[in-house]
Design a protein around this ligand. Structure first.
Ligand SMILES: [Zn+2]
Length: 126
């Protein structure tokens, strides 16, 4: 098994402490499972290296900001819909649509998390 940075694709054969492993969340587990079924699983451990960590943190910050901008109109629309819709069926249908859109939005803005984010050596970065 080797470790591969998800940003720069740099590869390590052993844990040198120059990178942080990517958190095994539901997205990573699903991806691994799909690759396993397709027979294309290489068994590499996705990591973020110390050089790419600032890039990763910036991406996460920007993603969170983007999520906030989208969340406000979504919450407003739900409140307006609950207030103006006349039947429960109408409200439920609207809520289902919003939930689907919300899940889609979460998937689109997905970024993998990193374990031990603060423990990784940052002295190497420029
Ligand atoms: Zn990297």
């Amino acid at each position: 098994m080797s470790y591969i940075c998800i940003y720069c694709r740099k590869e390590w054969l052993k844990d040198t402490g120059e990178f942080a492993p990517v958190k095994k969340d539901i997205m990573i587990i699903t991806q691994t499972e799909i690759k396993k079924r397709l027979g294309i699983l290489k068994g590499n451990q996705p990591v973020v290296c110390s050089q790419c960590l600032p890039k990763h943190r910036k991406a996460v910050r920007e993603r969170d900001k983007r999520r906030m901008y989208f969340l406000i109109p979504i919450v407003l629309m739900i409140m307006i819909a609950i207030y103006y819709t006349t039947s429960i069926v109408q409200t439920l249908m609207f809520l289902c649509t919003m939930t689907a859109l919300f899940i889609l939005f979460i998937l689109i803005t997905y970024l993998p998390g990193v374990e031990d984010d603060d423990k990784i050596k940052e002295s190497i970065q420029d």
